[in-house]
Design a protein around this ligand. Structure first.
Ligand code: PXP
Length: 398
């Protein structure tokens, strides 16, 4: 049996990932040894939870969570539960949202806490009967949350900016302006947490001079994107960026088209990762959001995976976009459970970024084209600040 989730508003409106909450609920139920039981969870607003609070508990006003055990006895401990259904949990997303802001945590994190709290109530735990019982409940709750804790739960998603396309404009004229080195500084001043550049084999935009100067001037973090080819590996080892992201590279493509097939070239990639690891440079692998690729990345010693968001961004129907989004959320959760660190990027723009930033398993987004194109009209400083506001609002404040 499992948890049945009902949303009385579209979860996408809250940038919520239903599957992620379901997966965490299943994990919690497993830890509480109730995986073979069922529970219904309704996500609603302040008005409805306020009505229920009055109707069933004779209390005024909205609250964050209500629990209604099916077997409503005073002391309902785990081993006495005979019913297969534990009962109902009602959560006000509106209140959870306000609490998340006050506590500086993501909405997903706050909702996970409220689900934990509700489940414990359904199992007979209580914090109002006595101090001793309250302590027992808070301790268990804290232990469970600790086990589910994600490193990003209490931090904002980071925004790293790819300045390749400043160099693309420069190369269109074959002169020295605009300079991606100057662009990187402006991005940092506007709040970027890192700078990304792709040194391509054909040097179509970023060149050797750029990466050398960027290494000297970047004050945040330098993420060097590259194909796993001999010459570029040698340059990267000499340059010592803060991290490298290995991507597939084809000369004819306009931009990186798909993720690396890690599962299909484990040996070669493992060797490259080992060289960077030995030099103290963490490696990220740019992959499609598939469990098989995540697992292969773990097997060969990657520190990060960067999940390809291109299909989600390019989806032409809402249904396809939702499916692609769920795949990203699931791949991120799987990677997180395996102990990998997770970045995401490609094709993200001012519309598609918020939902990805809301996933608290993802540490950093790498965004280029949308920001540089907006900068043409509003200036780079403003384009970065606007994107940063979207990322910040989606990752903590709704
Ligand atoms: N991540 C990777 C691995 C990429 O290759 C690119 C494109 O250079 C990006 C992120 C950024 O994509 P976009 O320019 O579409 O934001």
């Amino acid at each position: 049996m499992t948890a049945v989730f009902t949303f009385n508003r579209d979860p996408a409106k809250f940038n919520l990932c239903k599957k992620l909450l379901q997966r965490r609920t299943a994990l919690l139920m497993e830890k509480l040894q109730t995986a073979d039981h069922g529970v219904s969870i309704l996500f609603t607003d302040d008005q409805e939870i306020g009505w229920m609070n009055k109707q069933y508990r004779n209390r005024d006003g909205a609250t964050n969570v209500l629990s209604f055990p099916l077997n409503d006895q005073d002391s309902l401990l785990l081993n006495t539960i005979s019913e297969r259904e534990l009962g109902d949990i009602i959560i006000s997303v509106e209140t959870a949202q306000k609490e998340a802001v006050e506590m500086d945590v993501s909405l997903h994190h706050r909702l996970t806490w409220l689900i934990t709290h509700g489940l414990l109530h359904l199992l007979g735990y209580d914090h109002e009967r006595s101090e001793k019982e309250a302590e027992e409940m808070w301790d268990l709750e804290a232990d469970l949350m600790q086990e589910l804790y994600t490193s990003r739960s209490t931090q904002m998603t980071q925004l790293a900016i790819n300045v390749d396309h400043v160099a693309t404009i420069r190369e269109a004229r074959g002169i020295t302006e605009p300079d991606p080195v100057a662009a990187a500084s402006i991005c940092e001043l506007a709040g970027a947490a890192g700078i990304v550049v792709h040194l391509r084999e054909d040097r179509r935009h970023i060149n050797d001079r750029d990466v050398r100067l960027l290494r000297q001037t970047i004050k945040t973090r330098m993420n060097l994107e590259m194909g796993a080819n001999k010459e570029i590996i040698r340059i990267a080892l000499d340059l010592q960026p803060d991290m490298v992201t290995l991507v597939p590279e084809k000369r004819q493509e306009l931009t990186t088209e798909g993720g690396l097939n890690v599962a299909g070239q484990k040996k070669k990639l493992a060797k490259t990762i080992a060289r960077f690891t030995k030099a103290g440079i963490p490696v990220s692998l740019f992959i499609d959001p598939e469990r098989k690729q995540v697992k292969a990345s773990l097997d060969i010693g990657a520190t990060y995976v960067e999940l390809h968001t291109g299909k989600y961004c390019d989806a032409v129907s809402e249904e396809t976009q939702e499916n692609e989004y769920q795949q990203i959320a699931e791949a991120a959760e799987a990677a997180y459970q395996m102990g990998l660190r997770i970045n995401a990027g490609h094709g993200l723009d001012y519309q598609t970024t918020a939902r990805i930033a809301a996933l608290d398993t993802i540490e950093e987004l790498s965004i280029g084209h949308a920001i540089i194109t907006r900068a043409v009209f509003v200036g780079l400083d403003q384009a970065v600040r606007e994107m940063k506001a979207i990322v910040r609002d989606a990752s903590m404040v709704f």
